[in-house]
Design a binder for this molecule. Sequence first.
Ligand SMILES: [Cu+2]
Length: 123
Amino acid sequence: MSQLFRILAVATVVNAGLLGQVFAHAHLKSAVPAENATVKVSPVEIDLTFSEGLNLKFSGATITGQGNATISTGQAKLAISDQKTLVIPLSTPLVPGAYTVNWTVLSTDGHKTKGSYTFTVKP
Ligand SMILES: [Cu+2]
């Protein structure tokens, strides 16, 4: 192995380690309704699936509708199947309009992440 190869090999291992830490944070992988989706019927719950397991005590989401009005929701829970999906039940059906989901989660590795996305209900 040449000196250059040896340096590159070490750099690659260090990079992989750093990337591994970055990817350990909980990122939103998928959602129902999906980001920017238009749905014909009101969902009964919002499902947010993350890349990591979540600490439910410090994870949640608020949903706002027209004029920034907060939508009433039930207690958030984790899907038992994977512990990575945050389920937010909606107390009442959503009227047609645009909605924003603001989420904040604490992953089991102790890192907090947050984000938001919108979807539309349009019968
Ligand atoms: Cu992390």
